[in-house]
Design a protein around this ligand. Structure first.
Ligand code: IVH
Length: 706
């Protein structure tokens, strides 16, 4: 039956009838809820139906019904927003802070493209709006979906709310059949001030800054509230498209304007770095008069064919960069230094500050990095802040750059209290009293307590349930701390035994502070939903030092399934031999990360804990969607000689994006040699080994349609 099938497995016919069934069920539930005051299904079941409906609509966009439940507003107060998958990932931007970094960016683009200094290379420059990004999907000119950025892959469906924003047309004419418009939702300064005044008058929550106000207003479960909030929208990019908008960035933005979107009036075309920097200074000079918050200038390569060639790194485009304005600064007193213990045992000092406003936000904590930093030294023993150390009681200068944790810029020695003493960094863990060691060459001191350290255990659990890992709704920081403290969970595997351990358990959990019957049931459901998990998420969730989200996904793509992955990592434990060579040969996996990974799997306590966890899971095999049609997926390719239609970096990046492994030398394991003019010994060796050899055109023809 279609309704029991995974959305990913539905055929078009099944999807069509399933959408019909869901539309009927949801409409009936709405009716029962409103007019009959007798809900027939639970809120959780209702949400599940809505989510399933949205997921099918994302996969089969063309089957979406005109009476789609996703588009009906205010049917029932939802318990949260449905998640929607972005047809194209929403990326973030790399940052530059100095003019020299902008010049380096321009130079790196030229280098990647193989353009000499005389070739034309134009960039657009426009304000970076300090709001929240939104992706609007239009099909046949109708706004069918609005989604927040979320984690870039999955966002929240805020369609009903977006429809209330004046700058967002619900119908456009003359657009491609599929058009995703991306841009920023923001609130102007006067609107922000008026909203806060109104909120204060009604004794409701006020917002710290316009960005928070915009985010809080867009993410309202009741669209009527969003409608009453003065939100605006600037369009500056696009996602999925059925036909190109133009040949250039500027052309595309102008096309969006012609279609009825508001674009930023300070968008300019610049021919070189000096023009980009001049426009940056011009925007900076007007910043205070704009009437809305901006935090920098975004530069984008204008020629869209070049943008395509440049492509993306893991989360940022190579063809754009954000040039941030200098951070705002404020002076305040350092009241205490607190040591936090992270999931890998790192002791991180945090400054507790007398609260101070920096750039519209009240700051009371700042990072102090590590013990050298507090002492006024850098990693190499050189001086920072002219060698001034930081002491409790000092007046310190705080700054914020973007959303990151505030940092300290300086210390005012003239205001240092006479009794202030140099800070002594602890050599024992403040949580478990184990020795805290600092290894040679490491700036960080670490607790050696491992599994006995409660701080490490709790941080590991928090990481495990976090968004990019298992993403378990209802298990936040507070709940993890509570369940750990009460002895219900001490390692990830325990989470999956919660329901069983509680026995008739909802009762017990319910009696605990903060848990209602509904929230406990919801929690168990959220946990059950994650018994099936993607391999990349699982690897990332293990919280192994140095193994981040991007690397975890690469490992997953390489090994495909859990048994192969764990076998390979176990076999690589001796740090030599084929399994080890394969591991460090994976693009993006260095020897530091590989060592950390194999060490974790070689530790018996850690390994046993991982095995206990996996016993509760069904680990999905990692699909490699990008390389499904790739003729070179899994092949080892070597480039040699001069390439004329692309640079080496570009050739390598494209081959890797298609699932090939690029190697520097020819061996029996090489599958394809791409040889340009001037190829020498490598071409000879390849011929001897009988390896397929292509010229550049042959290679491009091979990968053309992939
Ligand atoms: S372009 C692929 N242009 O900045 C690049 N982003 O730090 C797409 N932002 O997530 C983004 N103003 O929310 C672009 N004029 C602008 C922007 C802008 C603000 C935000 C956007 C993005 C973030 C990246």
């Amino acid at each position: 039956m279609a309704e029991t099938k995974d959305v990913a497995e539905l055929t078009a016919d099944e999807a069509r009838s399933e959408l019909k069934r869901l539309a009927t069920l949801i409409a009936r539930a709405d009716q029962a809820y409103h007019s009959e005051d007798a809900p027939q299904i639970t809120d959780a079941e209702y949400d599940r139906l809505k989510r399933r409906n949205a997921a099918i609509e994302v996969r089969f966009a063309d089957l979406k019904r005109s009476d789609s439940p996703s588009d009906r507003v205010g049917a029932r107060p939802s318990e949260g927003f449905a998640k929607v998958a972005h047809a194209m990932r929403m990326m973030s931007l790399g940052n530059a802070f100095e003019a020299s970094e902008v010049e380096d960016f321009v130079a790196s683009v030229r280098k990647y493209l193989g353009l000499d200094a005389t070739a034309d290379l134009a960039f657009t420059a426009e304000p970076k709006i300090d709001g929240l990004s939104l992706s609007l999907r239009y099909e046949d000119g109708l706004l069918v979906q609005a989604a927040t950025r979320g984690d870039g892959t999955l966002g929240e469906n805020v369609t009903a709310n977006a429809q209330t924003i004046g700058d967002i047309p619900t119908r456009i004419e003359g657009a491609p059949a599929v058009l995703e418009v991306r841009g920023e939702v923001y609130m102007s300064h006067p609107d922000f001030a008026a909203l806060n005044a109104r909120q204060a008058e009604q004794k409701a929550k006020t917002f710290a800054n316009p960005r928070n106000a915009a985010a809080g207003s867009l993410r309202q479960l009741d669209p009527a509230i969003t409608r009453a909030r003065p939100l605006r929208f600037f369009a500056y990019a696009w996602g999925d498209l059925s036909a190109p908008l133009a040949d250039t960035q500027m052309g595309a933005i102008e096309r969006l304007q012609a279609l009825g979107f508001t674009i930023n009036p300070l968008t300019r075309l610049c021919r070189d770095a000096p023009e980009m920097l001049a426009h940056y200074h011009d925007i900076e000079a007007r910043r205070a008069q704009l009437g809305y918050d901006i935090d920098g200038v975004v530069y984008k390569v204008d020629d869209l064919a070049l943008q395509r060639r440049l492509g993306f790194r893991s989360t940022t485009p190579r063809w754009a960069i954000a040039h941030k304005f200098p951070a705002e600064l404020a002076w305040t007193r350092l009241e205490a230094i607190e040591i936090q213990v992270g999931r890998t045992g790192a002791l991180s000092p945090v400054a507790r500050l007398a609260p101070v406003t920096v750039g519209g936000v009240v700051v009371s904590n700042a990072t102090l990095h590590n013990e050298d930093y507090i002492a006024g030294r850098d990693a190499k023993g050189g001086e920072i802040r002219g060698g001034k150390d930081i002491r409790i009681g000092d007046w310190v200068q705080v700054y914020r750059a973007g959303d990151v944790i505030p940092k300290l810029a300086d210390v005012d020695l003239s205001r240092r209290p006479p009794d202030a003493v140099a800070y002594r960094f602890p050599d024992r863990c403040p949580q478990c009293d184990s020795t805290a060691l600092r290894e040679e060459g490491d700036a960080i001191r670490r607790c050696t307590g491992g599994v006995i350290c409660p701080a490490q255990a709790v941080e590991k659990l928090k990481h495990f349930v976090s968004r990019a890992a298992f993403d378990i709704d209802g298990l936040g920081t507070r709940q993890i701390e509570q369940l750990y403290r009460d002895g219900w969970i001490s390692e990830p595997a325990d989470i999956f035994q919660l329901r069983a351990r509680f026995g008739a358990g909802v009762q017990q959990l319910k009696n605990r502070e903060g848990w209602g019957e509904k929230s406990a049931a919801k929690l168990f459901q959220a946990i059950d939903a994650r018994r099936r998990i993607a391999l990349g998420r699982l690897i990332f969730a293990l919280g192994i030092r140095h193994v981040g989200e991007v690397a975890s996904n690469m490992l997953a793509r390489h090994y495909g399934d859990w048994p192969s992955f764990q076998k390979a990592v176990t076999e690589a434990g001796d740090r030599s031999g084929e399994a080890w060579e394969t591991l460090i040969g994976i693009d993006g996996i260095g020897s530091v990360m590989a060592t950390s990974l194999v060490t974790a799997f070689a530790q018996s306590a850690e390994r046993a804990s991982i095995d206990r966890l996996v016993a509760h899971l069904e680990v999905e095999t990692a699909a490699a969607p990008d390389t499904a049609n790739s003729p070179v997926a899994g092949k080892t390719v070597v480039f040699t000689g001069t390439l004329e239609r692309m640079t080496r970096a570009e050739a390598k990046a494209r081959a890797e994006a298609l699932g090939a492994k690029v190697s520097g030398s020819v061996s029996a394991r090489t599958d394809i040699l791409v040889a340009g003019p001037g190829a020498g010994s490598k071409a000879k060796k390849a011929a001897e080994l009988g390896i397929q050899t292509l010229d550049e055109d042959g290679w491009l023809a091979l990968i053309e349609d992939a």
